[in-house]
Design a protein. Structure first.
Ligand code: FES
Ligand code: FES
Lengths: 723, 151
């Protein structure tokens, strides 16, 4: 069972028509614009001054996708890289032009791998058209012309021209059929495949970068919101009169059935008033929900009769009964919050026949659909303007509650742009939390210490059941099995275990859950990779050797593992007091492994000194940015391991801000050595995959250091003091 | 009306005395490079210099700042984004999403002013700002590069 997570979005209905040759449609206003329009195709616009504008459907949230996609287009275009810039088309334009820019969803580490084919073809098609236009002007065959760095040369006569000079003529030509376009062999790349500097970083140096948090519109007012603190609780009443006289306050509005907002001239005044606003909540049926109850519910699922099957080979239960030795362990993983640095926000302007939104979103098409519904207007009368994100990590991919609220507030003040900003406290207590699960693992070894059977029973929350129930398959959430699947890109179980059973008992407490960088691969990798370590120690076999024996039929899994063992010094003495741990995993199309080096003080304080990471993502567009993503993913994954836990009490998140939801800071960040080893022939993601292996490698190193097997996260709750 | 000196200019602002300086800078003065991340002095996204010292402005009331105190925001750190810290940040491509980076650079610039050649331990203790994208190792490297540049 596999799941195409690219479908984890909510596409604007009419726009979802398939079968289009992406990026190759002429503009709607083609005739009117043809005389002066330097748009070669949807992806490539060439200005008379030779600037190459690459239009990009995916969005930049720090992961470097914008630069990587521009590199791929420029590579096929044979552009001058120093002249390349990027631009975001809007989702409204995408709808109007039959989705020429494809999917805007930027999640699942798909930014590059999900768009490289059509974008490279877009670049190549533009090059073919520009060359043809030059050849036509010279009256020579295009085959006699070559292109390099934005200059077209007629080789026999040595005549040259530039993209900028022939762009308008090229734009009038019929685009070549995408199927017939040959793409360059990555081995011959000169712009892609290289560590180009990011195109988006300059404005971030002096505060010039405008995030949606910074949007200013003429006549704009600001809103601050309070939502019922209890999950699925409701707003009962509020006393607007009590705050209407406060400075700057313009209006108090009921936003929906769970929230109320104050609109004021500045956000700070709105925030002060909304905090002073007397509000009564109807806490509803979840007012007593707490983490202990949730843990009990999940625990019951570990042995429940009914469960969905994600992977099955042989007969695990029978093989376990006949095994020479069996071991069993129960692991658990808590709810966690994304905590993007930029809290949720959106600016909306509503009038009776148009609604516009400015926001940071990982999926502007979904934001547009949300806007239209909240505005009560057809999609064609709505628009969403995209801004770079101050962090996404999945929070801004599929839950556009902040957009819906901004529009609903704006609708009550027609003609006035309203910027809604969630306070950090509202942001933390109304997350789209990483699901919590538990996992019971039972492994059987034969007399020689070979793993003959493995049973993994996961119990816990399902993201799809909450966010997108239509994507459930016979009630099952395939995403639960990421990294444990028999095949597919979401994550393949690597080990050759003759009798394998992987199951999920779905239990959905009233805590909203969502996609969170790495998603279910994160805890699944901890469960499997730490238990593999337990099995190796039980069998009396070196953990590397134990894994190697089981990865014989999975050369890519094995190669990354070998690489980190080698570079990480596995089998060689570690510096005094330091211990090592290994892990490997596959997900989002990429193969990853890590070797962590850790020390644990007598007081039980853990220091992660160094992590050596390997990734095989098939093709690499920008090795420097891949290395940045590996470091960033480790910071994110280690933060989750060391500190990440949202405790639920009284039906609400106890985490309200960074003081009670700590995250990793510089002092806890290890040295990271990245091994980027693309083996070619496929395209894997890089934003998420390495996150999977950080935590299990560290936990296995902690076992090596202390003999204590940590089976729950975060480490902050675990006592590792020497007895 | 309160009077302030921001990026070398005397300005007048209309805000209640308890308004955090962060929101005065962002909303009254329109300088949005200084960011809101937590509002409780935890993350450092709102860091500016007041008389050269790094200050988390989200908890600093307007009433506590005197008209003659020199406030410098990321927009005023250098005329052309050419402060050694900014130059090093660009050279090493430090920012990912970039949202935390104004605060990071302001904290780093203040550190280097008093400690031109900081040790790793000094960097870690001065740089308690949060970066959710995890650029910490690059920040450390960029501070060292900036130290070298200004030497
Ligand atoms: S916003 Fe001031 S420290 Fe976080
Ligand atoms: S660069 Fe994104 S939070 Fe620091």
């Amino acid at each position: 069972m596999t799941l195409d997570i690219s479908r984890r979005h909510f596409v604007v209905g009419a726009a979802a028509a398939g079968g289009l040759s992406l990026g190759f449609h002429a503009p709607l206003d083609a005739q009117a614009a043809a005389a002066t329009n330097p748009e070669i195709n949807a992806w490539v616009v060439i200005q008379p001054d030779e600037t190459v504008v690459v239009r990009i459907g995916r969005v930049e949230m720090g992961q470097g996708t914008l630069t990587g996609l521009a590199q791929l287009v420029a590579e096929e275009l044979e552009a001058d890289w120093s002249k390349v810039t990027t631009e975001y088309p809007t989702p409204g334009q995408n709808v109007a032009r039959g989705r020429v820019w494809g999917d805007f969803q930027t999640a699942g580490s798909r930014g590059i791998r999900g768009s490289q084919d059509y974008m490279r073809k877009g670049g190549a098609a533009a090059r073919i058209m520009l060359t043809q236009a030059a050849a036509d002007a010279w009256g020579v065959p295009a085959a006699e012309c070559t292109v390099a760095k934005g200059v077209i040369t007629h080789t026999p006569s040595k005549r040259t021209t530039t993209f900028g000079k022939v762009a308008v003529a090229a734009a009038k030509l019929t685009p070549p059929a995408p199927a017939g376009i040959a793409l360059k062999d990555p081995k011959t790349w000169t712009i892609a495949g290289k560590s180009q500097k990011r195109l988006d970083n300059k404005p971030k140096m002096n505060g010039a970068q405008i995030y949606s948090m910074d949007v200013k519109r003429p006549g704009m007012l600001n809103a601050s919101i309070r939502m019922c603190p209890v999950f699925s609780g409701k707003l009962k009443s509020f006393d607007a009169a009590k705050v209407m006289g406060m400075p700057g306050v313009k209006k108090v509005v009921q936003v929906d059935d769970r929230s109320v907002a104050v609109v004021a001239d500045t956000w700070w005044r709105a925030q002060k008033a909304v905090l002073a606003l007397p509000v009564e909540w109807d806490l509803g049926p979840n007012a007593a929900l707490n983490s202990a109850q949730i843990a009990e519910t999940f625990k019951a699922g570990l042995t429940a009769d009914q469960a969905f099957v994600g992977n099955k080979q042989g007969d695990a239960k029978a093989a376990l009964a006949g095994a020479a030795k069996t071991i069993e362990a129960v692991y658990s993983f808590p709810y966690q919050h994304h905590v993007t640095m930029e809290p949720m926000n959106a600016t909306a302007l509503w009038t009776a026949d148009k609604c516009e939104v400015w926001t940071s979103t990982q999926n502007a098409e979904a934001a547009l659909a949300t806007t239209a519904t909240a505005a009560g207007l057809p999609v064609a009368k709505c628009e969403v303007y995209r801004h770079h994100l101050g962090g996404g990590f999945g929070r801004r991919s599929s839950r556009h509650d902040f957009v819906e609220q901004a529009v609903k507030i704006a609708k009550q003040m027609p003609g006035v742009p309203i910027k809604l900003i969630w306070s950090r406290e509202e942001d933390m207590t109304h997350g789209s939390y990483h699901p919590s699960t538990q996992c019971k693992l039972t492994g059987g070894l034969d007399a020689q210490g070979n793993l003959t059977a493995l049973h993994m029973r996961i119990s816990g929350a399902s993201i799809l059941a909450d966010l997108n129930p239509q994507a459930l398959q016979g009630g099952a959430d395939a995403a639960t099995f990421q990294g444990l699947n028999p095949g597919g890109e979401e994550g393949v179980f690597g080990y050759g275990v003759p009798n394998l059973l992987v199951e999920h008992a779905m239990r959905n407490p009233a805590v909203p859950v969502g996609f969170w960088r790495g998603v279910n691969n994160n805890q699944n990798a901890i469960y499997l990779e730490c238990f593999m370590d337990e099995l190796a120690h039980t069998a009396g076999v070196d953990p590397l050797e134990f894994r190697r024996r089981l990865l014989g039929s999975k050369p890519k899994h094995l190669a990354v593992l070998n690489a980190v063992a080698d570079k990480g010094g596995w089998g060689k003495p570690a510096p005094a007091g330091r211990f090592r741990g290994l892990s490997q995993h596959m997900g989002y199309g990429s193969y990853v492994a890590a070797c962590a080096e850790v020390s644990v003080s007598a007081e039980g304080e853990v220091t992660v000194h160094k992590i050596t990471a390997a990734t095989d993502c098939g093709n690499v567009v920008n090795p420097g940015q891949v290395a940045f993503q590996i470091e960033g993913s480790f910071a994110y994954g280690l933060s989750a391991l060391l500190h990440g836990e949202v405790v639920i009490k009284d039906g609400r998140s106890q985490a309200t801000n960074f003081h009670n939801y700590p995250v990793i800071r510089m002092g806890e960040m290890p040295e990271v050595e990245s091994i980027i080893m693309p083996s070619g022939g496929f395209w894997g993601g890089v934003g998420e995959p390495t996150i999977f292996v950080a935590a299990p490698a560290v936990l296995n190193a902690i076992y090596a250091a202390t003999g204590k097997r940590v089976r729950s996260v975060p480490l902050a709750n675990v006592d590792l003091k020497k007895a | 009306m309160a009077r302030l000196n921001v990026n070398g200019k005397a300005v007048e602002v209309d805000a209640e005395p308890d308004t955090p300086l962060l929101w005065v800078i962002r909303e009254q003065l329109g300088l949005t490079g200084t960011k809101y991340g937590c509002g409780v002095a935890q993350c450092g996204a709102c860091t500016v210099h007041i008389d050269g010292a790094p200050v988390r402005t989200c908890i600093r009331p307007l009433s506590s700042v005197k008209p003659e105190q020199k406030i410098v925001t990321i927009e005023g750190l250098s005329p052309n984004a050419n402060h050694p810290v900014q130059a090093a940040w660009l050279e090493l491509d430090v920012p990912q999403c970039g949202y935390c980076q104004s605060g990071q650079m302001m904290a780093a610039a203040a550190l280097l002013k008093n400690t031109p050649k900081p040790t790793d331990a000094q960097i870690v203790s001065a740089m308690s700002n949060i970066c959710r994208c995890g650029t910490y190792n690059r920040i450390k490297a960029a501070i060292k590069l900036a130290a070298k540049k200004s030497a």
